[in-house]
Write a protein that binds this ligand. Structure first.
Ligand code: SF4
Length: 250
């Protein structure tokens, strides 16, 4: 089914992709391995396809697979100026060990400028606006130059992510989104990392299962919801870069 779908979709011009085509491709690929989903994506969209990472374990797995299948792929990350030092160390290890080509995406707005415009510690008073400024808008501007992007989101991470397709339409960015690990469990992700001795963020060993900006990430107790340390104490569960495509309409 994977090859058949590949032959069909290869004939689709990049600009002609629609939400229906993306959804259909996702349905046809259901059950395919992450490697096959990536190959399908590269066959249909390269070189106009990029991998996003926040340097979580899923990103490490995808970078490892991409380094084997299409090593020249651009991997981008959102540098909010508020990442943990351990996250930057992991970035450098991945560049050295896997030969990853990173592209740093930044808002162009320093923390000082943000403070002048919005006041001190915006993240503690209005995290949605802070994420919009430092993540969502810069990413949207970057993705506008491409036709497809790859993410590491998985269905069992949050209720919002439960219906994630292997391929879907990103309504906010009007492009195709690939989620090759959508059907994987956290255990599969960590087995892949450990069996290959891949690097990972050392904070995971100290009670941080999900890591974002240091200002909005806390350690969690063993057995707690892995994402409960993100924006702890508020109702916010997503930074906003994935929500639009999960809503499946806009
Ligand atoms: S995670 Fe927190 S500090 Fe980082 S961009 Fe969002 S609100 Fe701002």
């Amino acid at each position: 089914m994977f090859l058949q779908q590949t032959k069909q979709t290869q004939e689709v011009e990049l600009a002609d992709w629609t939400p229906e085509l993306a959804k259909s491709a996702g349905r046809d690929l259901e059950g395919a391995s992450p490697e096959d989903v990536l190959r399908w994506g590269f066959e249909n969209f390269a070189p106009s396809i990029v991998l996003a990472t926040g340097f979580g374990p899923e990103g490490v797995v995808l970078m490892h697979l991409v380094s084997q299948i299409r090593p020249e792929t651009t991997v981008f990350y959102l540098d909010t100026d508020l990442l943990f030092s351990q996250t930057y160390e992991l970035r450098d290890k991945l560049a050295n060990q896997l030969g990853i080509h990173f592209e740093r995406i930044h808002s162009g707005i320093s923390l000082k400028e943000q403070e002048v415009r919005h006041g001190n510690t915006l993240w503690s008073r209005d995290p949605d606006t802070c994420c919009q400024i430092r993540k969502v808008i810069p990413q949207r501007q970057f993705l506008a130059r491409h036709h497809a992007w790859i993410t590491g989101i998985r269905r069992d991470q949050t209720a919002f992510r439960a219906n994630t397709g292997l391929v879907e339409w990103d309504y906010a960015n009007k492009m195709v989104k690939l989620n090759p690990l959508a059907a994987w469990t956290s255990e599969q992700v960590w087995n892949h990392i450990r069996e290959r001795d891949l690097p990972y963020n050392e904070l995971h060993d100290y009670g941080y299962p999900s890591i974002g900006c240091w200002t909005c990430t806390k350690a969690v107790a063993a057995g707690a919801d892995p994402r409960s340390g993100r924006w702890a104490g508020s109702e916010k569960t997503e930074c906003g870069i994935h929500l639009p495509s999960l809503n499946d309409k806009q």
